[in-house]
Design a protein around this ligand. Sequence first.
Ligand code: SF4
Length: 491
Amino acid sequence: MLDPKCSQSCRGCGSYAMSDHAHWRDACGVFGIYAPGEDVANFTYFGLYALQHRGQEGAGIAVWDGDKLHCHKGLGLAAQVFNEQVIREMQGSVAIGHVRYSTTGGNTYANTQPMVGESKFGPFAVAHNGNLINTNALRSDLEARGVEFHATSDTEVIVKLIEHQNADTIEEAVRGAMQHMRGAYSLAILAPGKLLGVRDPHGVRPLSIGQINGSKYVVASETCAHHVVGAEFVREVQPGEIVTLSAEGIESIQAMDPDRKSCCIFEFIYFARPDTHIYGKSVYMARLRMGHLLAQQAPVDADLVIPVPESALPHAMGYAQVSKIPYGEGLIKNRYIFRTFIAPDQRLRDLGVKMKLTPLRENLAGRRVVVVDDSIVRGTTTGPEVELLREAGAREIHLRISSPPIKYPCFYGIDTSARKELIAARMTVPEIRAHLNADSLEYLDIKNMVKAVGLPKTNFCTACFDRQYPIPVPRDMKVSKFDLEKPETTS
Ligand code: SF4
């Protein structure tokens, strides 16, 4: 698939004037640092750089300078929103940052994060990764109490909830707000002199703590953002936990009883960077093992294994290792795709694929090729890719997908299509194979996908594959994405 997250210059949705994303996109990345004496804004900028793949629509940093809270944010990549002078002027001891892709609320400046609130315990700022599933109900309740909103995102609802708790500390206010929030949320919260890390009771989105030189701390959506600022991994923020990082060290409150752990398994398939660890498991190794198990489950006689660049590299490497079929490159990706203004007709869409991927004839001509990808969402770019390979002389094309067919939408912080747009919700696997004009098509099954990560299935959300939604989804949300015409009763 075309992969909007692989190149920091790629704007994903901006590549075409149409909805044609090959992958689902992350909702956001959060980063926070408590480090008196350090250039916390610069460190946060580095952290956002490491997390840029989790959101490219907006970026922001909030800093506590010991007296006031300063916030700078805007639309676009971190490198577009910040320059040297802006970072230099944001001096302080604590900072949080955010990279955004919108799920609830559109891509507007008002919805960029961090979002700032006021309270009797001082100003605070919130950066959120995830998606609340009861935003509408919470917002209506708050509006009925006279609360005014200026944005349309669920994060503003979280800020208002915290503001309107009858509490004496930020921790008490956050704990109070959590009692009302349903869904997925991993938060970095900046408050006077302290940094909070907060995770929903299911732990859907990752959030972990790192330590720099003993008394300085970070929280981040992915451990790859620890390394970039020289932090050592300490531990995950636990589901339902509020962690406070300050001059007192690490303090913890179990604000909500942890529910069934439901870490998003798609973090391991595609969302997270391969150099990240989640629940102690290497994302890279999980992807490599997915390739191993895919080769065992769906072998094929072929001459060459190629990845769809770049996200499927470890999956394809794993397939090649077990199948003993030589690994090579077959598609070269243009890393410098910016927004293009292409009319949404099929001919130009096909040209768009050619602009992003070029087949390597030297490796493909006359060969039977196994093409390994991590997932198929709509399938709209896979067909043109197969055609590219055929034009370059590939004799046979065998698609191997290292995750199961995606049949159901996500409600927990990933931008997903309506169900009718998911190719596996409309077609059987043989029909998809025929539609894509491949010689064969096989998907990794759920059991092997979970086995590849190395933790029991009860740790994961796998709802987009098996409809087992760990947090019941309100009907009004399901209607739009399931295209329901009449009420249904399942959660
Ligand atoms: S539905 Fe899929 S994408 Fe969403 S949290 Fe669950 S596993 Fe992740």
